[in-house]
Design a protein around this ligand. Structure first.
Ligand SMILES: Cc1ncc(COP(=O)(O)O)c(C=O)c1O
Length: 377
């Protein structure tokens, strides 16, 4: 009954996750959460509608969001970005595209720590930048500084990373980030650090903002969209440590940098000023979901292996032990009618893997795992 109720609610959603596939498919792919919004966000958006408040945004709204971001970062991650270096973007990928296009050249090498979130690969392809592949160590998904140093060539000018890391769920530690900063210094690389997952941390994990390691060569991207499930509202920002990048952004025509919608800005502000308790409760649920998946896989499908994530609500599952083929997600979609993210989309290193999103209700997660186990057990 609980499952039927959850599905009835979720199937009314109009976003990509619940509309892309036919009704008999259970989606566990794109990184949206199947949870109702935080009450503070719900109330903020209802007030906006009640007021009919759809005029041009007030110029001071985004600086207020920037202040809330700085205070949030200071409280949770020990980093206080200066508000005058915080630049709004429509979404994180928009900001990444703009910084790549304006601060690297066609043919430049850009390092990705692979396997990696597929839009990063597309950002390089569409801008004519070369992918410099730095594989993480599959035994724990650690970043090896020697591997990083060895892949860089003379036309490499940037590193594009996400920390915490999608899909592996690693929150890179101080040693890994210091190693990365040292290599960036040696080769004068710009570091684009996408920290959109910083607030989805499981107990015991710490997020270290790259700005606290090497601010002068960094641009940090963030949004409330992962932790508070606001991706459809389009509001993101970058904290620009690099003076060169700041100067290029300042020189761009205004509309080139896009714009944030009023609902996006106000919902983000509500999240970062009033969302503390909701996030703590939600995080507890996400950790329970992660642990529940771990328990079920260990008991029912031990041939599927994974490294328990420290952050994110993603599970990067290795199906090679159950003969899942190169692309287990394709078989799971065809046969088991569950939609996971295909591992090959995350570079060749994702062959044999698939990514599962646990940010749903317990009945839906159990239904997904039942089908997964049924296919491979
Ligand atoms: C690492 C990473 N960056 C960016 C995004 C998307 O952010 P946005 O919708 O703000 O472009 C995601 C979404 O899953 C992500 O995992």
């Amino acid at each position: 009954m609980a499952l039927a109720e959850d599905l009835a609610r979720l199937r009314r959603l109009t976003g990509a996750k619940w509309t892309r596939d036919p009704e008999d498919v259970l989606p566990a792919w794109v990184a949206d959460m199947d949870l109702p919004p935080a009450p503070c966000i719900d109330a903020t958006l209802r007030d906006l509608i009640d007021r009919g408040d759809f005029g041009y945004p007030q110029r001071t709204t985004m600086p207020t969001v920037a202040e809330a971001f700085a205070e949030w970062q200071s409280r949770y991650h020990g980093w206080m970005p200066p508000v005058d270096r915080i630049v709004p973007f429509t979404d994180v990928l928009h900001g990444i595209d703009i910084v790549l296009w304006t601060n690297t050249k066609p043919g430049d090498g850009v390092v990705l720590l692979t396997p990696i979130y597929p839009p990063f690969i597309r950002a390089l392809e569409s801008s004519g930048r070369r992918l410099i592949d730095c594989p993480l160590d599959p035994d724990g998904w650690r970043l090896d500084t020697d591997v990083l140093r060895s892949v860089i060539d003379e036309r490499t000018t940037a590193i594009l990373m996400c920390n915490p890391h999608n899909p592996t769920g690693r929150a890179f530690d101080a040693e890994e980030l210091a190693g990365l900063a040292a290599v960036a210094e040696e080769h004068d690389l710009l570091v684009l650090s996408d920290e959109i997952w910083a607030d989805v941390l499981h107990p015991g994990a710490t997020h270290i903002p790259f700005a606290n390691v090497a601010n002068h060569r960094s641009v940090i991207f963030s949004a409330a969209s992962k932790a508070f499930n606001l991706a459809g509202l389009r509001c993101a920002l970058a904290a620009v440590g690099s003076d060169t990048v700041m100067a290029t952004l300042d020189g761009l025509p205004n509309h080139f940098r896009g714009a944030v919608s009023t609902p996006g800005a106000l919902a983000t502000l509500a999240a970062w000023t009033e969302g503390h308790d909701w996030l703590a409760e939600t995080q507890a649920h996400l950790t329970d979901q992660r642990d529940h998946l771990a328990g079920r896989l260990a008991a029912e499908l031990p041939g599927v292996s994974w490294q328990i994530p420290e952050a994110t609500y993603l599970a990067w599952l290795d199906f090679r032990g159950v003969d899942g083929g190169d692309e287990p997600a394709a078989r799971l979609l065809d046969q088991a009618r569950i939609a996971l993210s295909p591992g090959c989309d995350f570079t060749d290193g994702g062959r044999g893997y698939a990514r599962l999103n646990v940010a749903t209700t317990r009945p839906v997660l159990d239904a997904v795992v039942d089908r997964l186990v049924g296919e491979f057990a």
